[in-house]
Design a protein around this ligand. Structure first.
Ligand SMILES: Cc1cc2nc3c(=O)[nH]c(=O)nc-3n(C[C@H](O)[C@H](O)[C@H](O)COP(=O)(O)OP(=O)(O)OC[C@H]3O[C@@H](n4cnc5c(N)ncnc54)[C@H](O)[C@@H]3O)c2cc1C
Length: 546
């Protein structure tokens, strides 16, 4: 590592990540007159949409809503070609945002941050890149993304595999042609479900290795309807406000007021049918208790299972594709031709719950039951979600706690914004905030605005030190757990609870209380003088027993 004397560069704020969150942070902080440097491991902006270039990658929140709201000009001028944009278009959008607001000049690309240390004596963070460069700033913001550290299964013999293998989140920039190849896909979550129909169109044969059968609702994507676009753009401010105040950050979903159990069966069927035909992941919001009441959930689950079984021709395959857990307790998936793909002669479903993958050979995948010859293998195995990317960086205080030590038994954070014990370090959509349970762009804008407003507040008052208080963090964590505990989600084994990563502490990570309620609470905290945070000057902080 280079010495501080030789190569230290001073900024007001260092930001890690140049996806939606990092770009908006840079824009806001710069407007506040702050000197900012952004570090990005990739060679361009885009984050999720830079890395996840697999065939079929697209958003499942409608693009008119899965986009920035902070600039009226931007939201009016950008035209989405599809109802749910594909990865290339979302990446082009973020590249446009970077150009339009002249953001690239403050981003260091191809630069992975390895370490971040806070010096109490200097009241500043020092960030070290993997290349050994060193940067300093008063504040550091981790805009590193909830779904950005890949989870790749550790399969014996993988190094002997002679074909190409891929993880969907590190997909090559050039298109991959599977024509004539025998291909394996491991994983049938949101990503696998998007990918399978596309690869099935090309591959000679496709083996889909499934551990968990998941619920899918047809996305019903198509060209962006001009009338809907005109309507939304004509009242964008109101649409965005509704999204911000809604439970999930989406204006298009009405907030349900009725229980599944209080309506007649035909009404219930009609309500599910409307959501099914509208498409996308709003089905569990047809009623207010699908995620909370076991009987309501069972009825919703049975409805979706029945719809899925209508598509799959082979009853044995349909059985294997039928989920066995309550709907919505793992991320609901949205598909375009997923179940139809299993009606093709060149697609085989392999149940790796019954017989797990044991090893890979030079040209094969071996389960306990059979050997499958493959020329290429795709891991659609998801992420070490919400905490993995943060813990991959060695974050800590000089002669003090590290993030890894503070989170040894699971993540603790106050409002998903800060971790007690790590002063002047913010996170965007951190643990205990709605994050992955929401339209994430809405949650990102809310966190970025809160953080930048907080820094402006401190600047105006000559303050330069902020810490989350341990008791406020504890109280918030208890509330997060209490809300999750009321739902069926906390009981499930899912990536929401860390269950997909061997050895990861179990616990429900995001906040289920809803985007609107969360925003109102964060605003109130700020109005009450940043209740639960200690704001001071560095000198006061050093003098304090804390
Ligand atoms: C396939 C896919 C589809 C999705 N679809 C939706 C959707 O429909 N709706 C929705 O709301 N959300 C969706 N999401 C979630 C999505 O991640 C967020 O919506 C959003 O893009 C997150 O933006 P971000 O800026 O917080 O993080 P990211 O986009 O993940 O950006 C983080 C950036 O930080 C960089 N980084 C991380 N660590 C380091 C380091 N140590 N040093 C330097 N750089 C680093 C990464 O390279 C990355 O570019 C989807 C996610 C995936 C993977």
């Amino acid at each position: 590592m280079m010495s501080v004397e030789n190569n230290d560069q001073h900024y007001d704020v260092l930001v890690v990540g140049a996806g939606f969150a990092g770009l908006y942070l840079l824009h806001r902080l710069r407007a506040q007159g702050m000197r900012v440097k952004v570090f990005e491991a990739g060679d361009d902006v885009g984050g999720t949409w830079y890395w996840n270039r697999y065939p079929g990658a697209r958003c499942d929140v409608e693009s008119l809503e899965y986009s920035f709201s902070f600039s009226e000009e931007l939201q009016q001028e950008w035209k989405w070609s599809e109802r749910y944009a594909g990865q290339p278009e979302i990446l082009r959008y973020l590249q446009h945002v970077a150009d339009r607001f002249d953001l690239r000049r403050d981003v260091l690309f191809n630069t992975r941050v390895a370490r971040a240390r806070f010096s109490p004596a200097r009241n500043e963070w020092t960030v070290n890149t993997e290349a050994g460069e060193q940067y300093r700033a008063r504040y550091c913001v981790m805009a590193t993304g909830n779904l950005s550290k890949a989870s790749v299964p550790d399969i014996p013999g993988i190094e002997s595999f002679k074909g190409r293998w891929f993880h969907t989140s590190a997909w090559p920039k050039e298109p991959v042609d599977f024509t004539g190849l025998r291909v394996g896909v491991v994983g049938t979550g949101s990503t696998g479900i998007q990918l399978v129909p596309r690869v099935a169109e090309q591959a000679r044969h496709l083996y889909v290795f499934q551990r968990t059968a998941n619920y899918c609702i047809p996305l019903r994507n198509g060209p962006q309807d001009a009338g809907i676009e005109r309507d939304v753009k004509g009242r964008y401010a109101a649409v965005r406000k509704q999204a911000r105040e809604s439970p999930s950050g989406v204006a298009g979903f009405n907030v349900p007021t009725q229980s599944v159990l209080e309506v007649r069966p035909e009404e219930r069927e009609a309500a599910f049918e409307r959501r099914w035909n509208w498409g996308g992941i709003g089905l569990t919001r047809a009623f207010n208790d699908v995620l909370f009441n076991e009987e309501s959930n069972r009825i919703a689950s049975e409805y979706v299972k029945r719809k899925m079984r209508e598509v799959v021709k082979d009853p044995k395959v349909a059985d294997a594709l039928t989920p066995t857990y309550p709907i919505g307790t793992k991320r609901l998936c949205a598909d375009t031709g997923y179940f139809q793909a299993f009606n093709r002669d060149n697609v085989t479903l392999v149940d790796i719950r019954r017989s797990p993958i044991r090893a890979m050979g030079p040209h094969s995948v071996e389960t306990g039951e059979a050997t499958y010859e493959v020329d290429a293998l795709i891991f659609a195995t998801g992420f070490d979600a919400m905490t993995g990317t943060l813990l991959a960086i060695d974050i800590g205080v000089e002669n003090g706690p590290t993030l890894r030590s503070l989170w040894a038994d699971g993540p603790h954070a106050y409002l998903g914004l800060m971790v007690a014990g790590l002063p002047n370090l913010f996170m965007v959509t951190g643990p205990g905030s709605p994050s992955v349970l929401s339209n994430v762009v809405v949650s990102i804008e809310q966190h970025v605005e809160w953080i930048t407003n907080c820094l402006a507040h401190m600047q105006e008052r000559g303050l330069d030190h902020i810490e989350a208080l341990a008791d406020a963090q504890q109280t918030w964590g208890d509330h997060v757990n209490e809300v999750a505990g009321r739902s069926l989600l906390a009981k499930a084994s899912s990536w929401y609870t860390g269950a997909n990563i061997p050895g990861k502490p179990r616990g429900f990570i995001p906040y289920m209380g809803g985007v609107g309620a969360f925003r109102a609470h964060c605003d109130e905290v700020a109005r009450n003088g940043y209740q639960g945070f200690a704001l001071s000057t560095a000198r006061q902080a050093q003098g304090s027993p804390a």
